[in-house]
Write a protein that binds this ligand. Structure first.
Ligand code: PGA
Length: 249
C-alpha cells in the first residue's frame, strides 16, 4: 500500500553544471512502484524543474521558513518552494538541527507551514553516537517524533526519514537489526498517535551512507520504504543503482 521513495539530498552542492546529472537521471526508466525525489539547493529548483519537465522525478527543498512571507532575510517559504517547482521539503535534517539550532518545535512549525503550502514534509529524526552508546536511541527518536510532527500530518503529506547522525557521510551504517528496530518503533509511534490508517500509509526512509553496494540489504528490512541519500545522489549512475535496488526490493 505504500509506494517506495528514493530521495536525493544534494545539500550545499551543485551549480548549473550539475543539471547534467539530472538529464542523465531522467534517462532512468520509470518504475511503477518507486517515486523519485531530488532536493537540490534552492537556487537550482526552478531550472531543475525545466530539466525534468515531462519526467516523473519530483523536486524538493531542503528547508523552509515557518511563515509564508515577511522580513526574514535569507529565508525561503513553502509557497516559494512550491512556486519554483517543489512538491516536497526536507525538514529537521540533523545538519540544520546542529548548524542552525533547530529544535523539534521549530521543525514542527516548519512542517505545518509546508503542509499548509501544499508540500509533503520529509521530517528527519536520528540519534547521535553518544545517544546510541548510552542506549537512548528509542527515547531520542520518540521525543523527536512527538515534537516535530504537526497534528495535520497524513500519510500523503508526511514522510519520516530515520538518519542516525553517526551514519551520515561517514560510510558507517547501522546493522540490519538496528535499522529494523528503529523503523518498527517509528511505525508503532505513528500508528499510536495518528491511528492505523495514517500510521501504515506514512513512508519511513532510512538515511546515512546509503550506497549502491549496501542498498539492497537495507531495503530488505521491513518498514524501510526507501532512502534519503546524500553523497550517492550527486552522481546519476550511483543514484540510479540505488533506485534499481529499491525497485527490486
Ligand atoms: P549521506 O547523507 O548519504 O551522504 O550519508 C544522507 C543525508 O544526510 O541525508
Amino acid at each position: 500500500m505504500r509506494r517506495k521513495l528514493a530521495a536525493g539530498n544534494w545539500k550545499m552542492n551543485g551549480t548549473g553544471a550539475a543539471l547534467s546529472e539530472l538529464e542523465k537521471l531522467a534517462q532512468t526508466p520509470a518504475t511503477s512502484q518507486t517515486d523519485i525525489l531530488i532536493c537540490p539547493p534552492a537556487t537550482l529548483i526552478s531550472r531543475a524543474a525545466d530539466t525534468l519537465a515531462g519526467t516523473a522525478i519530483a523536486l524538493g527543498g531542503q528547508d523552509c521558513h515557518a511563515l509564508e512571507s515577511g522580513a526574514h532575510t535569507g529565508d525561503i517559504s513553502a509557497q516559494m518552494l512550491a512556486d519554483a517547482g517543489a512538491s516536497m521539503v526536507i525538514l529537521g535534517h540533523s545538519e540544520r538541527r546542529e548548524d542552525h539550532g533547530e529544535r523539534d518545535e521549530d521543525v514542527r512549525a516548519k512542517a505545518r507551514a509546508a503542509i499548509d503550502g501544499g508540500l509533503t514534509a520529509v521530517i528527519c529524526v536520528g540519534e547521535s553516537l553518544a545517544e546510541r552508546e548510552a542506549a537512548n536511541t528509542l527515547d531520542i527518536i520518540g521525543g523527536q517524533l512527538a515534537g516535530s510532527i504537526p497534528d495535520t500530518a497524513t500519510g500523503e503529506n508526511l514522510v519520516i526519514a530515520y538518519e542516525p547522525i553517526w551514519a551520515i557521510g561517514t560510510g558507517k551504517v547501522p546493522t540490519i537489526a538496528q535499522i529494523g528496530e528503529v523503523h518498527d518503533f517509528i511505525r508503532a509511534r505513528l500508528e499510536r498517535r495518528f491511528g492505523e490508517g495514517v500510521g501504515r500509509s506514512t513512508r519511513i526512509l532510512y538515511g546515512g551512507s546509503v550506497k549502491p553496494d549496501n542498498a539492497a540489504e537495507i531495503f530488505s528490512v521491513p518498514n524501510v520504504d526507501g532512502a534519503l541519500v546524500g553523497g550517492a545522489s550527486l552522481k546519476a549512475a550511483d543514484f540510479s543503482a540505488i533506485i534499481a535496488a529499491l525497485d527490486a526490493a
